[in-house]
Design a protein around this ligand. Structure first.
Ligand code: EPZ
Length: 416
């Protein structure tokens, strides 16, 4: 079994290069199926992309990967049901619903995979497909989605769902007439997908606003996309820098994408300097407690709620974190408590008292960002921390061990 071993307390100095955003890349690859040839660059080297390669090959699409560049050619692909095994490989498998429905007017797959952080329904996706003229048959966990034709519709999202927004874009770009998405998600990943689809000849307006308008077109041509920097990877390493950094540079970022994080750590009294595409962070004493509530973008991102929790243990006083997006996203807390943290869970809110010095322990990763939280904690803890089930983390943070080792962390993956 692989265990991530971390000797904590090392100062982190130097430069961490941020890669392409996981949550963009996993949407751009299915979107590429809508035309015959798409090139995507700055693709992160993560297992979620490997999973998508398997699915595209199964569908008969060509997936040529060369370093961080992928060329996807889908003429000659066929529309096959996405199997249960493939559907469960990742949450982003749900994008094959929109892509295959948009391209072939037919899609078959099972409920998607993804971190066990809540129920994560896809009702908004399915009801939007029906508004576009599709019929959705649910047979247990299997979905069969069919349309004689797709006709533009006015869709008002009860919740600004990232996945639903992207899936509606994929299903409506080739529909007849105009589709309007109201209360659309504003996460930067959505804009990355809009840019690719428009480069392929789609007619989408309203990017970075809550109302998107999609004028259906007859066909899409080849296109190009550059994956935006991963704001969650960047935020995770910035948090580690606030706890252990000395002139730690986090490079290749878009500061605006993590404005809510920068605001919160500045409120704590962190020493962080923000430049056009990087930040420099230094550990300082006497951090102040803060209150965080996770919201849709541009609010504080739910994906950074777990990674910031260890930082709150070093603040002098009581901090709170309220998780409003997912109902089961505190699974890292019991392990932080084992490491010495003073944290109480009350329904959707945790209360974190500090300052305390975390102690290295044996801990287990339950989901991607819980694992990130345990790594952030281990980097600051006294002594050695052994992190099990670390595959959850390595699938979402490309080159994590190399990037942290390069700036002075003592971290290694060992077979035990
Ligand atoms: C994307 O998930 C991300 N995953 C998540 O990141 C991220 O936490 C989330 O967006 C919010 O930013 C990928 O992009 C692969 P949602 P998604 O639809 O699209 C409810 C990570 O750690 N909802 O915005 O699934 C749902 O239950 C992962 O990288 C419905 O009720 O997020 C959840 O409570 C974790 N019905 C909330 O909305 C629906 O039809 C957020 O879901 C869809 C969603």
């Amino acid at each position: 079994m692989e265990v991530l071993k971390v000797h904590g307390g090392k100062t982190l100095s130097g430069t961490i290069e941020i890669g392409g955003a996981k949550n963009s890349a996993v949407a751009l690859v299915p979107a590429a199926l809508l035309s015959d040839r798409v090139k995507i660059t700055n693709v992160p080297d993560i297992s979620d992309i490997d999973a998508l390669e398997i699915i595209l090959n199964y569908l008969g699409a060509k997936f040529n990967k060369n370093d961080d560049e992928i060329i996807i050619e889908s003429n000659g692909m066929e529309n096959k049901p996405i199997t249960l095994e493939y559907s469960k490989m990742l949450r982003a498998s749900s994008y094959f619903m929109g892509a295959l429905l948009g391209k072939f007017k037919h899609a078959e797959m099972y409920f998607p995979g993804g971190c066990s952080i809540g129920e994560r329904p896809i009702d908004l996706h399915l009801s939007a497909f029906e508004k576009l003229g599709a019929t959705v048959i649910c047979e247990g966990d299997k979905y069969i989605i069919d349309a004689d034709k797709l006709v533009g519709a006015d869709i008002n999202l009860r919740f600004a769902s990232v996945g639903a927004t992207i899936n509606i874009l994929l299903a409506s770009v080739l529909a007849e007439g105009k589709t309007t998405i109201r209360n659309a998600a504003l996460e930067p990943e959505v804009g990355n997908v809009i840019d690719l689809l428009n480069d392929m000849g789609a007619k989408i307006t309203g990017k970075d606003t809550r109302t998107l308008e999609i004028e259906g077109v007859k066909e899409l041509k080849g296109g190009n996309s550059v994956v935006i920097p991963d704001r969650i990877e960047a935020g995770t390493y910035i948090i580690a820098g606030v706890m252990n950094g000395k002139n730690l540079k986090i490079n290749n970022i878009i500061p605006e994408h993590i404005a809510s994080l920068l605001e919160k750590i500045t409120e704590m009294g962190a020493d962080i300097k923000v430049y056009d595409n990087y930040v420099i962070v230094n550990k300082v004493p006497n951090l102040k407690p803060i209150d965080i509530t996770t919201e849709v973008y541009p609010g504080f991102p739910t994906d950074l709620q777990q990674p910031i929790t260890p930082l709150l243990t070093s603040a002098g006083g009581t901090s709170t974190v309220t998780e409003l997006i997912y109902e089961n996203r505190f699974q890292n807390v019991p392990y932080l408590v084992e490491m010495g943290a003073d944290i109480e869970i009350n329904d959707r809110t945790i209360t974190v008292k500090g300052p305390i010095k975390l102690q290295g322990k044996e801990v287990i990763t339950t989901d991607l960002r819980a694992g990130a939280a345990l790594i952030v904690a281990a980097l600051a803890a006294e002594g050695e921390t052994n992190i099990k089930e670390v595959k959850h983390v390595l699938r979402g943070y490309a080159g994590l061990i190399k990037k942290l080792t390069k700036v002075g962390a003592e971290i290694s993956l060992e077979d035990v």
